[in-house]
Design a protein around this ligand. Sequence first.
Ligand SMILES: Cc1cc2nc3c(=O)[nH]c(=O)nc-3n(C[C@H](O)[C@H](O)[C@H](O)COP(=O)(O)OP(=O)(O)OC[C@H]3O[C@@H](n4cnc5c(N)ncnc54)[C@H](O)[C@@H]3O)c2cc1C
Ligand code: SF4
Length: 443
Amino acid sequence: MNESILTLSISLLLFALVFIPYLWFTQKKRKKFEAKKQEAIALGHDKPIAQHPLIDQSRCIGCAACVIACPEHALGMIDGMAELVYPGKCVGHGVCAEACPVSGIRIVLDPAKSTAELPQLDENFQSNIPNVYLIGELGGMALLRNAIFQGKTVMDHISEKIKRSSHQKTDPSRYDVIIVGAGPAGLSAALMAQKNGLNYLLLEKEETPGGAILSYPRQKLVMTMPVEIPQYGVLKKRELSKEDLLELWSDIIQKTSLKVNCNERLDDVVRNIDCITTVTAAGNRYNGVYVVLALGRRGTPRKLNVPGENSSKVAYQLLEAVRYKHTHCMVVGAGDSGIEAAIALSKQQGTTVTLINRGADFLRAKPKNQDRIREAENQGLIQIYYQSSVSEIQDKSVMVQSPEGSLELSNDFIFIFAGGEMPAPFLKKIGIEFIHKDRTIAA
Ligand SMILES: Cc1cc2nc3c(=O)[nH]c(=O)nc-3n(C[C@H](O)[C@H](O)[C@H](O)COP(=O)(O)OP(=O)(O)OC[C@H]3O[C@@H](n4cnc5c(N)ncnc54)[C@H](O)[C@@H]3O)c2cc1C
Ligand code: SF4
């Protein structure tokens, strides 16, 4: 009898020794992933940008192989099931689908209907407007490899058309092709145009080429697949840092003397009766036979246009509030995005947060956010400057014009949420048609 009580006690003890730490560990992880999910919702990153995993909950065995495999930390385990907890971080390279041992993950564009509103393009990426092409993420597919491949392919197609056409080059100021956007897709297209001897023009709204790569977190490990970059050869590396990738593009641009007109933002595209398209950017008008739009899908945030805004401490989105612990952060803009970013930052250990509000209230924000920001202000978590604006961004401070006069506030990072323009309304404005496509794609 005594022996069986002893055996039972030992078994219970062993069970407790294993089970309690396991429970504690899974609860801790769950809390971490829940917090991440809430942060994504609060910061408006709860929708995927392009292709992303769809997890079949009936197949998921909760092994977390996908969570470990995801290099962007977009997945998490909640209640024993894998979930896309931070959709905005997903770049859709599908490593998770490959890692899943029960084939429970598909890479899709839209989880609910497997359809997505995308520009209507033919197999050569031509839109409904003749001779106007859309490539890269703008066409609906993310990833560097896709962008580079599409840039090269579209320009091969255009070069063939030019060769076959009887178009006379009577006007030297008329470009064979105008490419807009110097991210991987636009750069690849321009390199191919150069290789094929076309008279090309490459416009970029930012000060430097690079596109979305410029916004990757510092030292981010970029994952890609071998892909041929025109005028360079095959990029064989599967993994490289953001900095190495930017250096590679910069080397290619320098060695090939690729012309990039930076600081020229596309404003309009108009097709003329003579089949020539006029593009206006930064007050300039350019005529081209073909136009390739490689604008990405991340939109154009509105700038403050103040001195110092080009500093690397300025951002137009907040990806991970946790990276700003123990810093002085400033948020500009009192709409929903600004308020949510300020609140997320205020929850970080040792972080001071100031919010610059042009107005005297928060009427642009949802009522719930108005309550949250007032509560944070009352608790002293966020210092708010009303009827104020930023006049200059300096290395360690920001100059603010307030009703009390000019103030110099200590600052390490500044996040600007002054609104912006997403590419879809712009495309619709210039006449590009959209369709709902069934685009469930294999990983
Ligand atoms: C944080 C993050 C991590 C990522 N990690 C990876 C990864 O590891 N591996 C991977 O393969 N992919 C990754 N991606 C995805 C990849 O960066 C994109 O799919 C790719 O950059 C798309 O290239 P693109 O040229 O189509 O668009 P973009 O790179 O977005 O470039 C568009 C360009 O157009 C310019 N532009 C926009 N509007 C205008 C205008 N009106 N006038 C003039 N110029 C304009 C923009 O300034 C920009 O330079 C990541 C993306 C992000 C955001
Ligand atoms: S597709 Fe890539 S980024 Fe998205 S969850 Fe899977 S592994 Fe992560």
